[in-house]
Design a protein around this ligand. Structure first.
Ligand code: ME8
Length: 659
């Protein structure tokens, strides 16, 4: 039976780079919410997708030497792409929109035309700065020190014909929406929007461009493409069938119950989006929730800052559920949080391994040990419960209400805190009731012991139901271990103490959340991150060849000779330098210092014939004279410098000239 419908969305992601754990944060939160609503009996539509147009993508594709469509196809559908990542993270989206989908393109053209026809989109002139060599328009604020941010050259004042949306016309209605309804949450974001953007005066918005082509063409005015945010925001409705026949769910699911978005795009969702919907005469979404960022080292995780954390590495090492849980348990959804590997491991060890994992493994082990795997009939009730029995039962059966109150406000951290308070209470109950002491006299205390274990299993079941939206796979395993069939993994049963059969037959299984050795894991993660970084670098890199000619006479002045290594030692107090004593054919030993200790041990080199340039002026290094330079071949492999001394056939006599 359905409780009604629930439509929830994530932002649609820019496939300009691989996604990182910061992107996964919003999607995991949306997934937990969607699963929670399904658990409650709602008919859920969970939409996600990719926002594939715009100059940035056009430029990236050019750099990669492919078409923009080929470029985005690879990042969206290709190996370790957006769809792969959502599969890995167990994201249960119902629909995935790509803004390059044909139905979306046509729908956006129709939407644009409608706003044009109703007078809210008009043609004007976009005034800005122009970089001629780059053929790029910039606004004043985009310039870097007054110059083109791309090439650093001077810009000129310029004008481009463009369409504008009458955003200013809707300023009053939008302000009213923000201030007098709960459209935008957390409420702290309302002041920011009103004070920073609406009160200073909302200007009309430029909604078409002519200086690049990778966008949806304005069909009634060739040369113009639709501004990427207009294209992107309407995805929430075209994916349901607005102005297209590919889908037919608009009546059922619109208006959306909530758009989850990161705080930096709240402006687009809480000002521009409602204004355009007002213009179209369409109902507004019920809510926009602006979540905080996952920071790394105090800064927003982002590819351009180079501080991204790879979700694949973390999921492979710790498991997807632990990672999902960590993100929502550790940081309040509305605020920023600082991601560290240490915090992740600490959360897994404390909550999952110690509290939840121990509760399950101790309880199921005791049922096995004391009752051969199945509790005796009738153990679900106890005539004279002690205070601890009553408290545990009361806390567990009322947990669903407390959890629901938090989930309805998107307070995932608090909802999980409620569940973990009950889990901690259950662990304390084990200490208070001391089952191992009861087990010493099974004849006298067996029935009491069975009741204690039943209480623990039932508490675990209720917590398991409520944790399912966060850790779906692990909770499936947990239910199997405590012997809870499908019928009692439901929302209704989470509020009904005693749903578990008193003859439940738990099976102690694999450890759901193994404890993690912090030092070892950190080392492994560092190594994996380093390996991933290297793998992303070109396999082999060569120094670019010299761009300038050197005249032949100058070249001929360089005196290259075969030199034989008589002795080689490390230079004291230097990590880099080796000191060579060389036979250069003159009869007098030549000393050369060379910074190659990273690649060679001195004893490897004695007896070898190398090549040196011998007419460089003498130099002093670490107090020692160096008369010339040994020649080596250098290149990079996966970002690491490689060096090989040039060695020649032993048959070549010391002193032979190279020419
Ligand atoms: O903004 N922590 O796409 P996007 C938390 N295409 N969230 C983060 C984050 C971090 N470190 N880094 C990114 C866009 N995000 C538009 C959306 S919707 C009509 C169009 C979040 O790929 C970011 O806040 O740059 C945003 O909500 C989402 O990832 C997509 O970012």
């Amino acid at each position: 039976m359905s409780n009604g419908k629930f439509y929830i969305t994530t932002p649609i992601y820019y496939p300009s780079d691989r996604l990182h754990i910061g992107h996964a944060y919003c999607t995991v939160a949306t997934d937990a919410m969607a699963r929670y609503k399904r658990l409650c009996g709602y008919d859920v539509m969970f939409l996600t997708g990719t926002d594939e147009h715009g100059m940035k993508i056009e430029d990236k594709a050019k750099e990669a030497g492919v078409t923009p469509k080929q470029f985005v196809d690879n990042i969206v559908e290709g190996p370790r792409g957006v769809k792969d990542l959502w599969k890995l993270m167990n994201i249960s989206y119902d629909r995935f929109i790509r803004t390059t989908d044909d139905y979306h393109v046509t729908a956006i053209q129709r939407v644009f035309k409608k706003m044009h026809d109703n007078g809210d989109i008009y043609k004007g002139t976009y005034k800005g700065k122009y970089c001629k060599p780059c053929e790029s328009f910039w606004t004043e604020s985009q310039l870097k020190d007054g110059k083109c941010p791309d090439c650093g050259r001077d810009v000129v004042d310029a004008e481009e014909e463009a369409y504008f949306f009458r955003l200013s016309k809707y300023a009053g209605r939008v302000q009213d929406l923000l201030e007098n309804t709960d459209f935008l949450e957390p409420r702290s974001r309302v002041n920011e929007m009103v004070n920073n953007f609406i009160k200073p005066g909302l200007e009309d918005l430029c909604v078409s461009r002519t200086s690049f082509t990778w966008g949806i063409p304005v069909d009634f005015d060739p040369g113009h493409v639709v501004y990427v945010w207009v294209d992107a925001l309407f995805n929430y409705m075209t994916a349901l069938g607005l102005e297209n026949d590919a889908h037919h769910d608009l009546d059922k699911f619109w208006p959306a119950d909530v758009h989850f978005v990161g705080k930096e795009i709240v402006r687009f969702h809480s000002i521009i989006w409602p204004a355009m919907l007002m213009s179209m005469g369409l109902p507004l979404p019920k809510k926009v929730y602006g979540h905080g960022w996952l920071n790394f080292g105090g800064e927003k995780m982002s590819k351009s800052r180079g501080n991204v954390v790879d979700p694949y590495i973390l999921a492979e090492r710790f498991g997807v559920d632990a990672l999902r849980f960590f993100m929502l348990r550790t940081f309040p959804f509305g605020s920023d949080g600082n991601f560290t590997n240490e915090l992740l491991i600490q959360t897994i060890n404390t909550d999952l391994a110690n509290d939840l994992g121990n509760l399950v493994s101790r309880t199921t082990a005791m049922v096995g040990k004391y009752f051969g795997g199945a509790l005796p009939a009738g153990c679900g009730t106890w005539a004279e419960p002690i205070a601890a029995d009553i408290e545990l039962k009361e806390r567990a059966s009322s947990l669903r209400d407390r959890y629901e109150a938090q989930m309805e406000r998107f307070q995932f951290q608090n909802a999980l805190e409620e569940v973990f308070k009950v889990i901690q209470r259950a662990n304390k109950y084990i200490d208070e009731t001391a089952p191992w002491a009861l087990a010493k006299d099974m004849a006298a205390n067996g029935a009491r012991l069975a009741h204690v274990l039943y209480n623990l299993l039932e508490t675990t079941r209720i917590c398991g139901v409520l944790l399912t939206p966060f850790m779906p796979d692990s909770m499936g395993k947990l239910f199997a271990q405590i012997g809870a069939p499908e019928a009692i993994r439901t929302w209704d049963s989470a509020a009904v103490w005693g749903s578990l059969a008193d003859t439940a037959a738990p099976q102690k299984g694999e450890n759901l959340f193994p404890r993690i050795d912090m030092d070892e894991a950190i080392k492994e993660l560092d190594a994996a991150a380093e390996a991933a970084k290297k793998a992303a670098l070109p396999a082999m890199e060569l120094e670019p060849q010299a761009a300038e000619y050197v005249d032949f006479e100058t070249f001929c002045k360089s005196d290259f000779r075969a030199v034989k290594v008589k002795a080689c030692t490390h230079v004291k107090k230097s990590d880099k330098l080796l000191c060579f004593t060389l036979d250069d054919g003159t009869g007098t030993d030549r000393q050369i210092l060379s910074g190659i200790a990273k690649w060679y041990e001195p004893e490897q080199l004695v007896g070898k014939t190398l090549v040196a340039i011998v007419n460089l002026p003498p130099r002093k290094m670490m107090g020692l004279a160096s008369n010339g330079m040994l020649i080596s071949a250098v290149h990079k492999e996966h970002g690491e410098e490689k060096l090989n001394l040039l060695m020649v056939d032993d048959a070549i006599p010391a002193g032979a000239k190279m020419c």
